[in-house]
Design a binder for this molecule. Structure first.
Ligand SMILES: [Zn+2]
Length: 255
């Protein structure tokens, strides 16, 4: 009898442990690209005008301690055109493993920055973590505030298996040639994303970039951005991908 009970117990445990839990993963129909420019720089208007040349839309992740009634007017007009405005925190603190920030401080940064942007009548759905990476224990704080977030908890994946709060981006500044402005590496990453039907969000900062190349010149200049957009525009005109401002890009990719 005792052996029978034990067997029954094993069977019960076994049937519980082998119960598969399937996460529904849909495969995207095509690659989706988006661009985000961080930090709220005075050159954001130049970025916007270059995107206008190609009939495309960028997105801006703004650090709200630089947002005031004067700067907000510009971003509100962008939002009214359909350009996504994301929060990039209020004071731009590190939220990674070396950070001394606690959960309450992170939550304040998440809430406060969102409220400040919304107070100017600008909708906010996305968040970009300062310095790219958010410590996993903070991730649960995002859900009540944001539909999606770039936190670099993506396991090197750029597809629909990635949770919308765990997204990562691809840096224009870190992937352009340091010697001759070649965008070859960026073009081949774009090709790969198209082949694998990925969601690839590129990002930059000021234009010209404050990051310097081997010659001490700005690593990314306006014509580099034009070259990237020209390449991507040719792909999108050929129906190989979508290029969208980030709220729409996330919506289209995860639908
Ligand atoms: Zn930043």
């Amino acid at each position: 009898m005792r052996i029978y009970s034990l067997l029954l117990l094993f069977l019960l445990i076994g049937s519980n442990t082998i119960q598969p839990t399937f996460k529904k993963v849909t495969v995207a129909k095509q690659a989706v690209f988006s661009f985000i420019f961080d930090d709220l720089n005075t050159t954001d208007s130049l970025v916007k005008s270059i995107f206008d040349e190609f009939g495309l839309q960028p997105s801006f992740a703004i650090t709200t301690n630089k947002l005031n009634s004067k700067t907000a007017l510009l971003y509100k007009s962008y939002a009214e055109e359909g350009i996504s405005i994301l929060s990039h925190s209020h004071t731009h603190p590190k939220m990674n493993n070396s950070s001394s920030l606690d959960r309450e401080a992170v939550l304040m940064e998440l809430k406060d920055s969102k409220e400040r942007i919304e107070s100017y009548g600008i909708p906010v759905h996305g968040f970009v973590t300062p310095m790219s990476y958010m410590r996993p224990e903070f991730l649960s704080l995002l859900h009540t505030e944001y539909d999606y977030a770039f936190t670099n908890n993506h396991n090197d994946l750029y597809d629909t298996s990635v949770d919308k709060q765990h997204l990562a981006r691809f840096g224009i500044e870190s992937n352009i040639s340091t010697s001759d402005h070649s965008i070859e590496k960026i073009m081949s990453r774009i090709d790969q994303a198209i082949k694998n039907k990925e969601l690839l969000v590129l990002y930059g900062h000021a234009l010209p970039s404050n990051y310097l190349d081997d010659l001490g010149n700005s690593r990314v200049i306006a014509n580099d951005l034009r070259a990237i957009l020209r390449y991507l525009k040719s792909k999108s005109d050929n129906n190989e991908c979508l290029v969208l401002s980030s709220d729409l890009a996330i919506e289209a990719y995860y639908k």
